[in-house]
Design a protein around this ligand. Structure first.
Ligand code: FAD
Length: 474
């Protein structure tokens, strides 16, 4: 992957044949090496620009395999790449030459209807968790693409359609089971190892491998009101000014994304409107259909959209609305950041650069935070910048590696223009951009506390193939 400041996603692991043989019999899942049948499919991650070859992949079937894998990494001084759903755009789920710990076979989900909670293992994807919880009309805040892993999303914070009503994913996280760099199995929650529990709620995979997550669930749907309304690109400025005002007084039930995209060749797009640059407002109203009608009325007053797909629909179908963007193998390069406001300068920059998009697969997303996200204290979890109003993600996406330069240039130039207007960044939206950018994801006090926690739980920085926080003093 072309990066602005590449970090080392390389490590080495050479095992004697006898050790490999013992390892294979010690693992319930599978142990893969170059040449093995499933090796190539196992090393693939979402971003097609990432083409790395670990010397060993341990596909974990359960906690016991994770313990074995972490102890192997520790004993050989080999920083492992850890893969949950494999959606990290930076490709941190796979490494060159070293050990890849693949959690994707760990698919257990248990919904507790009495406690209204769900316990899910680390390889579960959001679509799978929604499938189990929505059977009972329950859900928790989770990523807006069904193929994204619960692991990476949760550990970085967790944006989703329900965040303004119920908070980020981490605000609904009750407990985790985790294997630390020492190879110890621990429980972390509000009463046990509370310092660790604070750190994993925003600090990413820096403190160990989480083997399962317990979430608080809420009554959601199954029918909600959601979808997208598409407007001509020449109305972008006007739509953005409307969007700013609209979201100023929106209730917590209403979450939105404003997107610049090119209409896909999908069944709902009439032939003559396919391949057209548009500005689209995507919404999820998690209240009653009547309330949604009232709260979405201002949207109806800005004139008829080219295409209107906002309607009552199952929550699960809304969670799949953007799945076409989650296809493994696309080339991906992005720039992102927080916005304190949708200022006039931000709007002008968006309407200047977004229409210059170079690929029909690319998308620019402006999501609105606020609501329950901002009601959690800035230092209660390791997720910073709680008062941020908006977040932007410029995702350049294409298929032909030979075209990389122009698609990357568009995102880079766009990102450069947005930079002076940016107030921080969401760690899960970072590429492989280096230590300084990771620091921008946290307020200084939180970053210092995370570094000190890292020193306690991972002083050798075994878990460093990630958005890394180096061990430090408080
Ligand atoms: C198409 C797409 C849509 C997205 N939509 C959203 C969205 O709606 N909301 C949102 O918040 N984010 C979203 N993201 C960003 C997403 O949060 C991150 O990409 C996240 O890292 C994905 O998690 P994963 O488990 O799939 O990724 P992976 O690549 O498997 O892992 C990501 C990072 O987490 C570490 N890790 C993974 N599992 C564990 C574990 N069990 N224990 C410890 N460390 C672990 C890995 O080492 C790696 O550093 C999206 C990303 C993509 C590509």
């Amino acid at each position: 992957m072309l990066t602005d400041s590449p970090s080392a996603v390389e490590s080495t692991l050479v095992l004697e044949p006898e050790v490999r043989r013992k390892l294979k019999s010690a693992v319930r899942g599978s142990v893969l090496m170059p040449g093995d049948e499933d090796y190539h499919s196992a090393r693939c991650v979402y971003n097609g620009m990432i083409d790395r070859r670990p010397s060993l992949i341990i596909r974990c079937a359960g906690v016991s395999d994770v313990l074995t894998a972490v102890r192997l990494a520790r004993d050989n001084g080999c920083p492992p790449a850890v893969r949950g759903g494999g959606h990290s755009a930076a490709g941190f789920g796979v490494c060159d030459g070293g050990l890849m710990i693949d959690l994707s076979p760990m698919k257990g989900i248990h919904v507790d209807l009495v406690q209204q909670t769900a316990r899910a293992q680390a390889g579960v994807l959001w679509g799978e968790l929604d499938h189990e919880t929505q059977a009972f009309g329950l859900a928790t805040t989770g990523a807006r693409i069904s193929t994204t892993g619960i692991s990476g999303v949760t550990l970085g914070g967790g944006y989703g359609w329900l965040m303004r009503k119920f908070g980020l994913t981490i605000d609904n996280l009750l407990s985790v089971n985790i294997v630390t760099a020492d190879g110890d199995f621990m429980v972390a929650n509000a009463s046990e190892n509370a310092d660790l529990f604070w750190g994993i709620r925003g600090g990413g995979g820096n403190f160990g491998i989480v083997t399962s997550f317990e979430y608080r669930l809420h009554a959601v749907g199954p029918m909600i009101t959601g979808g997208m309304a598409f407007y001509p690109i020449n109305r972008a400025r006007e739509i953005l000014y409307f969007y700013r005002e609209f979201m100023d007084s929106a209730p917590d039930e209403l979450s939105t994304l404003l997107n610049f995209l090119i209409t896909p060749p999908a069944p709902f797009v009439p032939q003559h409107l396919r391949g057209v640059p548009v500005v689209a407002i995507a919404v999820c109203h998690a209240g009653s259909v009547e309330d949604a009608g009232r709260d979405l009325a201002p949207l109806r007053r800005i004139g008829p959209p080219l295409i209107d797909q906002i309607k009552p629909r199952p929550y699960k179908s809304l969670q799949r609305l953007f799945d076409a963007a989650g296809v493994f193998g696309y080339q991906v390069y992005g720039k992102s950041g927080h916005l304190a406001e949708l200022s006039d300068d931000v709007i002008e920059t968006l309407v200047t650069y977004a229409p210059q998009v170079t690929s029909p697969l690319s998308i620019v997303m402006i999501s609105t935070l606020g609501g329950a996200v901002g009601r959690v204290g800035e230092h209660d979890t390791a997720f910073s910048h709680r008062q941020t109003r908006f977040d932007y993600a410029i995702n350049s996406v294409w298929t032909d590696p030979l075209e990389s330069e122009r698609h990357i240039s568009w995102a880079r130039d766009f990102g450069r223009a947005m930079r002076p207007l940016t107030t921080g960044v969401y760690v899960n939206e970072l590429g492989d951009e280096g230590e300084e950018r990771v620091r921008e994801a946290y307020n200084p006090k939180t970053y210092a506390r995370l570094a000190a926690l890292k020193k306690t739980y991972d002083p050798e920085n075994l878990f460093r193939l990630n958005q890394n926080i180096k061990p430090g003093n408080r």
